[in-house]
Design a protein around this ligand. Structure first.
Ligand SMILES: CC(C)(COP(=O)(O)OP(=O)(O)OC[C@H]1O[C@@H](n2cnc3c(N)ncnc32)[C@H](O)[C@@H]1OP(=O)(O)O)[C@@H](O)C(=O)NCCC(=O)NCCS
Length: 247
């Protein structure tokens, strides 16, 4: 019998806190992709996220991070990017990186998507609104008078939508404005998704407790209640170092 509640674990880390040896956990193709990323901070985020995903899976399943194979295949160009899927098929995984934050989500029972965004206070939020919010979402947003509150409301909706689009695997192939999540102040929920009327009833969105200056959300494709457990990625690396002699 399936449990009543679906557990979803989200591991957070600042790439500056990831151990040096995390690079050793990357496969050859992953190393090649890391080397192709010119900006140092972005390269570090990719390396940290990939390694954290492997140690998080190992800590959860009791295996070794070296045995965790992540498959990424872009359906458009076949390059090594796109939705991450574990070679064994389970658990479902997702990852996101922005600024100094990396988030990795694991869910044994249902597809998951996670998104973290650094809140960019300087963004021209009013210009972005038509690309991100649907017509039914815009009036509530425009009613927010303070600029700072509008920026936060914008990123709140953004993270919820991107989490859903990652859980479905569509990514930004589906325009964000076509995914409806309603007001940023109410409980997070999916209201509409193009071509899939069943999704609002079978998707849970939970806002994450990201660090100040960041917002995050996770979406799980299930009709059951979801319990999100947020964890410190440093603990996953430390547990791995203890068990497998990383230093
Ligand atoms: C998924 C997507 C919305 C993420 O954008 P982002 O905000 O810049 O980045 P995030 O850090 O939050 O997430 C990146 C991660 O999302 C994951 N991801 C990428 N495509 C995904 C998809 N279709 N579904 C679920 N997850 C996806 C990857 O794990 C990626 O991490 P990686 O770059 O380290 O491999 C965006 O990359 C996208 O829509 N991609 C698909 C469309 C596309 O790129 N088409 C061109 C292909 S040639």
């Amino acid at each position: 019998m399936k449990p009543a509640v679906v557990d979803c674990r989200v591991w957070w880390i600042d790439p500056a806190h990831a151990p040096r040896w995390c690079e050793e956990l990357l496969s050859e193709p992953e190393r090649a992709r890391a080397e192709s990323i010119h900006r140092r901070a972005a390269r570090r985020r990719f390396t940290t996220a990939t390694a954290l995903l492997k140690v998080a899976v190992a800590v959860t399943s009791g295996g070794s991070p070296g045995g965790v194979e992540i498959r990424r295949a872009c359906p458009d160009c076949r390059r090594l990017h796109g939705r991450p899927v574990l070679a064994g098929g389970a658990p479902y995984v997702s990852l996101s990186h922005s600024g100094d934050r990396v988030a990795v989500a694991l869910c044994a029972d249902a597809p998951v998507g996670v998104d973290v965004e650094q809140v960019d206070a300087g963004i021209d939020v009013d210009a972005m609104v038509p690309f991100v919010l649907g017509a039914s979402e815009q009036p509530a947003f425009r009613a927010v008078r303070s600029r700072q509150a509008r920026v936060e409301a914008f990123f709140r909706c953004w993270t919820r939508k991107e989490a859903v689009l990652k859980a479905t695997g569509d990514g930004l192939r589906i325009p964000m404005r076509e995914v409806t999540v309603g007001t940023p102040y109410g409980p997070a929920r999916l209201i509409g998704f193009p071509g899939r009327p069943e999704l609002p009833g079978t998707t849970r969105i939970v806002d994450l407790r990201a660090e100040p200056g960041y917002l995050g959300a996770v979406a799980v494709l299930t009709a059951r209640p979801v319990r999100v457990i947020e964890l410190d990625g440093r603990d996953a690396f430390a547990a791995t170092a203890e068990r497998h002699g990383g230093s």
